[in-house]
Design a protein around this ligand. Structure first.
Ligand SMILES: Cc1cc2nc3c(=O)[nH]c(=O)nc-3n(C[C@H](O)[C@H](O)[C@H](O)COP(=O)(O)OP(=O)(O)OC[C@H]3O[C@@H](n4cnc5c(N)ncnc54)[C@H](O)[C@@H]3O)c2cc1C
Ligand code: SF4
Length: 465
């Protein structure tokens, strides 16, 4: 059979329409479209795509099942290793992971692995999600701190092994960045809720509104009988540039802005009473996923003009390609090689202008990307009435400080490849260890830690059984 060179297209909302709503942009594959796409898979005897996936999904296996229209088998294969497929199918940067390794990608477009993954998860959800049989309880308590992708995955895997797992989460809802950061139009909150409910159905208990380090400490948890603790508290504290005027009114960190809109539903004002400025001319500083999300959110919140201002070029930006294309289609302006140097306010203290400087690219830095070098005398001003700073985040130091864990640069917790920290019985993984990274890397870390926690608990409490 002749191979179709391009991915089966996915229908999506028209850019002119979608900038006026928060509904999900792509519509997802139909059964027919999914089967057609699955037929593009070469079923390689040595599948490299699996190596490209941090949780080692059996990609050819689930795609073969889709091709044979055995959707039940496809979702079962998927959930052997991935408890959050509707989420990863939507937000994984596939182009640098599984799809990057797809052999078809050498000549044509790779198989649309992410889209197939989201399809199969949504297909199951429409029919009622099946819960696997519970294993024999081992009667050993494990605590997980943080209900983001790292914590949820670690908890799910341990629960499937028979441990009694409780997650402690500081916010009033679980999901971490999936709930408070990534906007509804990219990852509907009903989908996060659905996959979190699946994890609860596996037996995991989730206690929200518990700030570990304040409401309860890691020492308290050990005293309460938890035999192992996994820390997955992410990297949610914003970074700023420390330039003049940065504390003017109308300047937000991306995390605060997105949390107000997503978690506290400012986009549904006045139904939800969350105050937020609706800027007319908005500048977003940075060009990662967070910046794209903030820019596209500002557009949907009624901005007339939204600009992404980034100190390097398109080539060095870290955003997923799909999100960048969506942002361009929606009319976001891109100002490359440009860095803000100061903000200027009006008499009431609101930001009204931003002074920027142009850069050229110099030598590569430790990230392997070429460093921006300011061009003297190239300063100019841009009119803005709102700025969103999206230049990265660092871990909140609370847990590490109150637990006495060894930390490294920017306060990340130091852990080995299995997540073991400097303290016996305490593991850590996800953004708290790597710094801001990706959902699937956080999930991979949660999985590895779960395996190692099992090894440790079996040796220590179950006589190696
Ligand atoms: C706006 C935005 C868009 C993104 N887009 C993408 C994308 O498209 N694709 C992708 O792969 N990645 C994306 N990322 C990155 C990705 O979301 C993170 O890498 C991932 O969520 C990290 O998972 P985590 O479990 O380590 O931490 P988090 O998701 O941050 O979860 C940590 C959880 O711990 C809780 N917590 C913190 N401190 C405490 C405490 N003391 N006690 C109890 N609970 C605590 C937090 O409330 C939070 O719920 C994005 C990030 C942001 C901010
Ligand atoms: S989980 Fe992510 S990296 Fe793994 S197969 Fe799915 S889309 Fe690819």
């Amino acid at each position: 059979m002749k191979i179709k060179p391009k991915k089966t297209p996915m229908r999506e909302q028209d850019p002119k329409e979608r900038i006026k709503n928060f509904n999900e942009v792509p519509f997802g594959y139909t059964e027919e479209e999914a089967v057609i796409e699955a037929e593009r898979c070469l079923q390689c005897p040595k599948p490299l795509c699996i190596e490209g996936c941090p949780v080692n999904v059996d990609i050819p296996g689930f795609i073969k099942a889709i091709r044979e229209r055995d959707f039940d088998r496809a979702i079962k294969i998927m959930k052997n290793t991935n408890s959050l497929p509707a989420i990863t199918g939507r937000v994984c940067p596939q182009e640098t992971q599984c799809e990057e390794r797809c052999v078809l990608g050498k000549k044509f477009e790779p198989v649309a692995i992410g889209r197939l993954e989201a399809f199969i998860a949504d297909w199951e959800a429409k029919r009622g999600i099946k819960i696997p049989e519970k294993p024999k309880p081992l009667n050993i308590k494990v605590a997980v701190v943080g209900a983001g992708p790292a914590g949820l995955t670690c908890a799910a895997d341990l629960s499937k092994m028979g441990y009694d797992v409780t997650i402690f989460e500081s916010l009033h809802l679980p999901g971490g960045v999936l709930t408070y950061g990534i906007p509804e139009f990219r990852l509907p909150k009903s989908i996060v809720e659905r996959e979190v409910n699946y994890i609860k159905d596996l037996g995991v208990k989730i206690q929200c509104n518990v700030v570990v380090g304040r409401t309860v400490t890691v020492d308290d948890l050990f005293k309460e009988g938890y035999k192992a603790i996994f820390i997955g508290t992410g990297a949610g504290a914003p970074r700023f540039m420390k330039i003049p005027g940065e504390n003017l009114l109308g300047i937000y960190s991306a995390n605060e802005y997105l949390t107000r809109v997503n978690l506290m539903k400012a986009y549904k004002f006045p139904e939800y009473d969350t105050p937020i400025k609706r800027g007319k001319v908005v500048a977003v500083i940075g060009a990662g996923n967070v910046a794209m999300d903030a820019a596209r959110t500002a557009l949907r919140m009624g901005a007339e003009k939204v600009m992404i201002v980034y100190r390097r070029t398109e080539k060095e930006m870290t955003a997923r390609l799909e999100e960048y294309h969506h942002a361009k289609e929606e009319g976001i302006e891109f100002h490359w090689l440009t860095t803000p140097v100061r903000y200027i306010g009006d008499e009431e203290g609101w930001v009204k202008e931003m002074e920027v400087i142009k850069n050229k690219l110099g030598e590569s830095d430790e990230s392997g990307r070429r460093r921006p070098v300011p061009i003297p005398g190239s300063e100019f001003r841009m009119k803005v009435d709102m700025v969103i700073v999206a230049i990265g985040t660092v871990p909140n130091p609370l847990v590490a400080k109150t637990t006495g864990l060894k930390t490294g640069r920017h306060g990340v917790v130091i852990a080995d490849e299995n997540g073991r920290t400097s303290r016996e019985g305490v593991w850590a993984g996800g953004d708290i260890v790597t710094g801001a990274a990706t959902v699937i890397l956080a999930m991979g870390a949660g999985k590895k830690a779960a395996k190692d926690i099992d090894r440790y608990l079996k040796e220590k409490y179950l006589n190696g059984v």
